[in-house]
Design a protein. Structure first.
Length: 276
């Protein structure tokens, strides 16, 4: 009897069809709860995957803003601005039979140049050594051999002249004090941000005007801006000139007049609009 009761209980838990009607109803309840729990679990997992997919799509900025129909336009703005800094590169090159003698001769002249610059109001931050080289020098024979002739020392300085009217005087004075090579002169703008902002606004205004004209010609409407790109070229400076001055030549030469002209700042933009 005990075994039979156990078997009956087992059938009731599984929802068996044996026994009285009341027993059958009680057997279905546990299974219904199990099925409901399984359904809720599956539904929860499904919703979770859907939410995760939505998150992946939305985490890319602008990923859901792609337009099916669009037009792209560009515009360029140009601003001319007078430079306020002259960048001058000067060098002292000396040759001697020994390296110490060449270094000594070079040091004396470069120190004289630096002293002149500081006495002329050039600040320490605007005087920078850009190179210092020492190397043996040779004369090459017709047979392919070479003959040692001594050592050469070259030291170069970059100088920023913030008083533009003094550029010619600084150039002439540096050569008088021993600089025997002028590497070049650049005229630059110390702060170009304002000029770039003005050029950018010009470029955007031109691009917008072009977009409105194209939309009108096509008979469509501009819905929204979907992308923006900007590019700009380097300002156009006065071309560099390179020349060498022999000893004593500059001492009797007047300070040159150096026109600065203007620099051109250019910014180009590209706008893409959704249309309908």
């Amino acid at each position: 009897m005990e075994d039979i009761n156990k078997e009956g209980d087992k059938k009731e838990c599984c929802g068996g069809h044996h026994g009285m009607g009341g027993h059958m109803g009680m057997g279905h309840k546990p299974c219904a709860k199990i099925m409901l729990g399984i359904f809720i679990l599956v539904l929860t997992i499904f919703v979770g995957f859907k939410a995760y997919d939505a998150f992946l799509e939305s985490k890319y900025i602008g990923g859901n803003l792609q337009a099916e129909h669009n037009i792209s336009v560009d515009g360029t703005g140009e601003v001319f601005i007078k430079p306020d800094i002259a960048q001058i590169s000067v060098s002292v090159t000396e040759k001697a039979a020994t390296a110490p003698d060449a270094q000594k001769a070079s040091t004396e002249k470069i120190n004289a140049v630096v002293k002149f610059l500081k006495d002329s109001g050039i600040e320490d931050k605007d005087i920078k050594t850009t190179s210092y080289n020492i190397y043996p020098d040779y004369n090459y024979t017709q047979t392919g051999g070479r003959i040692f002739t001594g050592y050469v020392v070259t030291q170069s300085l970059d100088i920023k002249v913030r008083k533009m009217d003094d550029a010619g005087k600084i150039l002439s004075g540096a050569t008088e004090k021993g600089a025997n090579s002028i590497g070049g002169i650049n005229f630059v703008v110390d702060n170009e941000d304002l000029a770039k902002e003005q050029a950018r606004k010009q470029a955007i205004d031109k691009a917008k005007e072009k977009a409105n004209k194209i939309a009108s010609d096509l008979g469509v409407s501009l819905v929204r801006l979907v992308s923006f790109n900007e590019s700009g070229n380097s300002p156009i400076y006065m071309a560099k000139d390179s020349f060498t001055m022999g000893a004593g030549i500059a001492s009797s030469a007047p300070a040159p007049v150096i026109p600065t002209g203007e620099n051109k700042i250019t910014v180009s933009v590209s706008l893409t609009y959704e249309i309908r």
